[in-house]
Design a protein around this ligand. Structure first.
Ligand SMILES: Nc1ncnc2c1ncn2[C@@H]1O[C@H](COP(=O)(O)OP(=O)(O)O)[C@@H](O)[C@H]1O
Ligand SMILES: [Mg+2]
Length: 446
């Protein structure tokens, strides 16, 4: 029935020798819901298609239930794929669409009972006689799910199945998919570029960047202990604050991390994690502070483990249940390349991309290669705006703090802040995490 999927050192090279997936090793347990997460173009669909058998594996081994499966044709793998664009046959009713794979696989058998049972499960009985053009986006995606489920596959492979839907429907179907796959207990590999979706769905999340696996773990562990600055920045909203810092031991001997005009003074005696910073003395680091790691200290004093900063209010973002306050602390944000704001679905077609000229594609490839080889972090400011780089909406300020909506803050106010050092991340110049020390919490699959 449901099966284990293992990738061992799997690579994919399309023509011209660029590795779009680079020595990927990943094990998915039977019945597990694993999410492949990463920015557009990082190789997620390619991985899924290699698992499905729609794309040849260039190097490495795919094991299904422990047996090599590189050369099995898709039908022998008995997996069901669900795509972003639904891919329903327009000339067939929902009944026809759901029953189609059943009729192909078992030509002598009446697909009706299975189609009906599936429709009941998805609550789409009243849609069975309609054609795709007579269905809304959400209904079409339910039918597509039905087609996948009816076959009783040994695994679901889902490639951004919700990205064409509006936000409300997406949240609704997200919950449905989660419930359904768990009830069915079928191994699922789910691809998305949406970190919130990944975090809410996955038993585990595997983060890919430029075809290279960055980290795999439970949503909780990748959020709490990101292995590098890319993972830290990719996961969580609002995005983690990343500031350029310099590790110092000033005259009085106390360790500090200077952040532009201010500094974080690490309390004595140094914690085990902070001791690790000694070897970084005089070096640039990246300080990572999630928006909940800093609080506004208007009427309260520091608790143990908190150190002060001040911030100038630049912008106040009212969200109803909370407020995001953008401060200017006089520090410089660190730049993480290859982090992409999810783009709208209006990507040029593959044909247009091809015709669009070798140069654009070539440049993208070069960049992908360079990013894979190079450091994760650019500590020097970029020489100027790169027109090819995806631009991220930059809000004013360098530090975003989350707070309760009862606080009244206006632009231009100077506000005392407290940084909770228990939630301080420090990354080295290559973007690898120094603090908290790797493998500090073995239960968080590090
Ligand atoms: N058939 C193909 N031929 C050449 N390059 C491809 C092909 N399909 C995908 N690629 C390239 O491989 C990389 C990964 O693509 P893909 O797996 O679709 O990424 P994702 O699903 O993460 O957006 C991209 O750079 C893409 O342009
Ligand atoms: Mg894709």
């Amino acid at each position: 029935m449901t099966r284990a999927i293992s990738l061992q050192d799997v690579s994919k090279t399309y023509t011209r020798g660029v590795r779009v997936v680079d020595r990927l090793s990943l094990h998915v347990e039977p019945g597990e819901f694993l999410v492949l997460l990463g920015p557009s173009g990082c190789g997620k669909s390619t991985v899924l298609r290699m698992i499905a058998g729609l794309e040849e594996i260039t190097e490495g081994t795919l094991l299904l239930d422990g047996e090599e499966a590189n050369d099995l044709v898709p039908s022998e793998r008995n997996m069901a794929m669900v795509f972003q664009n639904f891919a329903l046959y327009p000339n067939m009713t929902s009944r026809g669409n759901i029953g189609f794979p059943l009729r192909v696989e078992n030509p002598g058998e009446d697909p009706r009972p299975r189609v009906d049972a599936t429709a009941r499960m998805l609550g789409i009985e009243d849609l069975l006689d309609r054609f795709p053009a007579q269905l809304s986006g959400g209904e079409r995606q339910r039918v597509a799910m039905g087609r996948a489920i009816a076959r009783h596959p040994s695994a679901f492979l889902m490639d951004e199945p919700l990205s064409n839907l509006d936000a409300k429907l997406r949240n609704h179907l997200r919950a449905e998919i989660s419930k359904l796959t768990r009830e069915l207990g079928v191994t699922t590999v789910y691809v998305t570029h949406d970190q919130a979706e990944a975090m809410s769905l996955g038993d585990r999340v595997a983060v890919l960047r430029g075809g290279v696996l960055q980290q795999v773990g439970t949503p909780r562990s990748v959020y709490a202990l990101p292995r590098n600055v890319f993972v830290a920045a990719f996961i969580g909203t609002p995005r983690i604050n990343l500031l350029r810092g310099l590790v110092r031991a000033p005259l009085d001997g106390a360790m500090t991390i200077s952040l532009g005009k201010q500094f974080l003074r690490l309390p004595e005696p140094l914690s085990r994690d902070h001791q690790l910073l000694r070897v970084q003395q005089g070096r640039e680091v990246i300080v990572g502070l999630r928006s909940e790691a800093v609080r506004i200290a208007k009427h309260s004093s520091a608790r143990p483990g908190e150190v002060p900063l001040t911030g100038l209010v630049e912008h106040v973002e009212f969200q109803g249940h909370e407020i995001l306050v953008h401060f200017d602390t006089g520090s410089q944000p660190a730049v993480v390349p290859d982090l992409e704001a999810p783009r709208p679905a209006s990507r040029p077609s593959r044909r247009r991309r091809r015709e669009g000229g070798v140069t654009v594609l070539g440049r993208l490839r070069e960049r992908a290669e360079a990013m894979r080889a190079g450091p994760v972090v650019v500590l020097d400011e970029p020489a100027g705006p790169d027109p090819a780089a995806p631009s991220e909406p930059r809000l004013p300020g360098d530090l975003v703090v989350r707070t309760t909506p009862d606080i009244d803050l206006r632009r231009g106010l100077q506000v005392p802040l407290l940084v909770d050092l228990a939630h301080l991340f420090v990354f080295d110049q290559h973007g690898e995490r120094i603090c908290p020390a790797p493998a500090r919490l073995p239960d968080l699959d590090e």
